[in-house]
Design a protein around this ligand. Structure first.
Ligand code: HEM
Length: 117
């Protein structure tokens, strides 16, 4: 299941950059790609929830991991919406980078799946 979780967020990351590049060229496909990206947000949450369900108890660091995971999704959504509206994206990008580094660290530190840290 950790593989399914990793697959969903890697695909979401790719779709995120594809959506941004389609938006920059004003492509009509950008809206559709954004909808597919949103579907992947849901899949990330579902696979993450299944991982949580597999645990006998949920230590506090898992709660932090879930919140930071949701923060990554929120920041991605902010970047996409702000790019579409043409408003300032820098604060959203900064949040995205910080939250992404944190979530990778927490995910790889926690006991399921791979542990790099
Ligand atoms: C884009 C957002 C997210 C990213 C980049 C991300 C990244 C990761 C990574 C790298 C791992 C480690 C996998 C492994 O060790 O094999 C992981 C594990 C996990 N993730 Fe996420 N995640 C995200 C969102 C979420 C969300 C929203 C939830 C909860 C609903 C969640 C729950 C979990 C759980 C429970 C684990 C298992 C932790 C462990 O290794 O013991 N994740 N995630």
């Amino acid at each position: 299941m950790t593989h399914a979780h990793i697959t969903t967020w890697v695909i979401a990351l790719i779709l995120f950059f594809v959506t941004l590049s389609l938006q920059k060229t004003n492509s009509p496909k950008a809206k559709m790609m954004h909808m597919v990206l949103r579907l992947f947000y849901v899949l990330i949450i579902i696979t993450g929830a299944i991982l949580l369900y597999m645990l006998a108890s949920i230590p506090p660091l898992y709660i932090v991991k879930v919140l930071v995971g949701l923060w990554v999704i929120g920041a991605m959504e902010m970047v996409v919406v702000r790019t579409r509206k043409g408003t300032r994206t820098q604060p959203a990008w900064i949040q995205l980078v910080i939250a992404f580094i944190l979530v990778l660290y927490l995910g790889l530190k926690l006991p399921l799946g791979f542990h790099l840290f």
